[in-house]
Design a protein around this ligand. Structure first.
Ligand SMILES: C[S@@+](CC[C@H](N)C(=O)[O-])C[C@H]1O[C@@H](n2cnc3c(N)ncnc32)[C@H](O)[C@@H]1O
Length: 239
């Protein structure tokens, strides 16, 4: 089966209906990802079916139309090769997605992809999460921060919650150890103004591994001193 048909089928199996145009956009993204991956480290997963399921469907597993309302400002923290940010931008053109990473060359790749796919709802932001959160133009400015495979939840919360406006969400896409990570992050969340609103276990088509999407609502303001300096977070993560 070609990529377009497979991504359409796997999304369908997950309960997501793609338009033909969206399926073609996912295919072009897949092609650029694999081509560019030959000389730039973007992903360990390149087999088409695996990319369709583990990158594309997995990225959209965090989509919820009650949370991702039209015109939401979304920051994808540690976007890497664009997950989940690019799939979200393809799927819902009414979202304003900022792809955020500390590696400039990955963002350049994503800028080219966004232009080729005509994703006018995508911008990029280069910097470290711990630094940009103290800038007035980014602090408390996003309705949603998404993040997959970037840091353990207690550390991710310190990096990400400062960007979320009160009432907005940090949405973490997590693997098998998610329950343990939530426990470990309890104190961090209470200090940083986050409350676990929902933990949604995810089963991807054709896969049996354990994963979940964690929706953390920002219910209080994050104290100004957070995030602390990278060295401090590393040496003394909130526990
Ligand atoms: C393992 S990759 C995951 C990429 C993507 N989210 C995914 O799920 O495929 C982690 C990404 O986070 C970025 N990153 C790590 N620490 C960061 C920080 N402090 N600030 C911003 N980006 C960071 C890395 O450059 C890398 O691209």
């Amino acid at each position: 089966m070609d990529f377009t048909a497979d991504v359409t089928a796997q999304m369908k199996a997950f309960g997501i209906t793609l338009t033909e145009e969206q399926a073609v956009a996912f295919t072009t993204y897949y092609e650029r990802l694999v081509e560019t991956n030959q000389y730039m480290n973007l992903t360990a997963i390149t087999e088409p079916h695996e990319v369709a399921v583990k990158h594309m469907v997995d990225s959209l597993s965090c989509y919820d139309k009650v949370v991702f309302v039209p015109e939401s400002k979304v920051l994808d923290l540690g976007t890497g090769a664009g997950f989940p940010g690019i799939p979200l931008a393809i799927y819902d053109s009414r979202l304003h997605i900022t792809l955020f990473d500390s590696l400039r060359k990955r963002l350049r790749f994503l800028e080219d992809v966004a232009v080729e796919l005509g994703l006018s709802n995508v911008t990029t932001l280069h910097g470290r999460a711990e630094d940009m959160a103290h800038r007035i133009e980014h602090r408390d400015m996003y309705d949603i921060v998404t993040s997959r495979a970037v840091a353990r939840l207690n550390v991710l919360a310190e990096w990400a919650l400062p960007y979320v406006r009160k009432g907005g969400y940090l949405i973490a896409l997590k693997g098998a150890a998610y329950e343990e990570e939530i426990k470990e992050a309890e104190r961090a969340l209470s200090i940083l103004g986050g409350t676990v609103a929902e933990v949604r276990p995810v089963t991807l088509p054709t896969l049996a591994d354990k994963r979940a999407v964690i929706y953390i609502k920002k219910t209080g303001m994050t104290p100004k001193k957070y995030p602390r300096k990278p060295k401090e977070i590393k040496e003394r993560p909130l526990r």
